[in-house]
Design a binder for this molecule. Structure first.
Ligand code: NAP
Length: 286
């Protein structure tokens, strides 16, 4: 395999650097915007041809959900145009694509975990562009794998875990929304799932859902972060989404059903609390 990892300076990209380096000896090219701007179709096509790429793992995205409501063009360029460019380059060269998408393609009105076949209905600009990226990829490179994930965190970049760690040191009370339910997902676990797909001898295209096991609210997640760090000086208080208005709407319920990825690729998924402990340990060692 000759693998291209895009968006390699982001949370998932950084975890893939660690996981792939430990597990495979294949050639892996890690690129971010500076090395390969995915919105440039010719640059993407040339990179794939010149380096004889066989697999593309697209971790690049416009991920600022609130800013996406105003920066529509920028968001569309990365979440849609760039995906089209990757799809065309891959299709033209027989390369396979693993693309990452989101639980925000759903509207959050379900009462059981979302399956891959459930109706999508994004309620934000970010979710809409991520869904358009999915449909473009399926149309242009139908042999691709799309993994929808949710609530990603890691020791890298900006994320909820790092925000709560900072706020809980600065304040003695923080309010966190308790009426949005999902699953915190350690980017390291997602990187291991991607590795399992790469190492498997069968390639089964289509959409997969991957998050860590379990489900909770953002409030539960924040409370667990503070509890695990043994910080008794900060109280986490439940608040309602209506009391914390944001530019972008969020799904109230976006738990994903992980049956398909487990059945197809034999992926073992840890519970989110166990993975959170591991991430906090790594953050402490930094
Ligand atoms: N974060 C979450 O909670 C979450 C939840 C569900 C799904 N996802 C999906 O999971 C995937 C990985 O997320 P993540 O949290 O690892 O994202 P991330 O940390 O925001 O990393 C994305 C990377 O893509 C890069 N990028 C942006 N525009 C680019 C361009 N034109 N060409 C090349 N690279 C570009 C970014 O660079 P700059 O930083 O310089 O812009 C950044 O390094 C994404 O597809 C995301 O939509 C994330």
């Amino acid at each position: 395999m000759r693998i291209l990892v895009t968006g390699a300076n982001g949370q998932l990209g950084n975890e893939l650097r660690i996981v792939l380096a430990q597990a495979i000896s294949d050639e892996v090219f890690y690129t971010d915007k500076e090395e390969l701007d995915l919105t440039n179709a010719k640059a993407v096509a040339d990179f794939v041809v010149n380096n004889d790429i066989t697999h593309i793992i697209n971790c690049a995205a416009y991920t600022n959900v609130d800013l996406a409501e105003t920066e529509k063009l920028e968001c569309n360029a990365i979440n849609v145009t760039a995906v089209k460019n990757i799809a065309m380059a891959a299709d033209g060269n027989g390369a396979k694509v693993i693309h990452i998408s989101t639980d925000y393609v759903f509207d959050g009105t379900a009462h059981r975990p979302y399956r891959e076949s459930d109706k999508v209905n994004p309620i934000s600009q970010y979710g809409t562009t991520k869904r358009s990226g999915e449909t473009a990829l399926i149309a242009l490179a139908p042999d691709s794998i799309i993994i929808r994930t949710a609530w990603l965190y890691s020791p890298f970049g900006k994320n909820f875990v790092k925000t709560i760690l900072r706020l809980s040191k600065e304040q003695n009370e923080i309010g966190v929304v308790c009426d949005q339910i999902g699953t915190p997902t350690y980017a390291h676990d997602l990187a291991l799932a991607i590795l399992a797909i790469l190492k498997c001898h069968q390639w089964v295209s289509g959409i997969y859902h991957f998050t860590d096991e379990g489900a909770c609210s953002w409030y539960d997640f924040a409370k667990t972060i503070v509890k695990l760090t043994e910080n008794t000086d900060c109280k986490v208080k439940p608040i309602l989404s209506d009391d914390f208005p944001r530019p972008a709407a969020r799904p109230y319920y976006s738990v994903l059903d992980r049956t398909r990825i487990k059945a197809t690729y034999g992926v073992t998924i840890p519970h989110w609390e166990d993975s959170l402990e591991d991430c906090l340990k790594r953050l402490k060692e930094l």
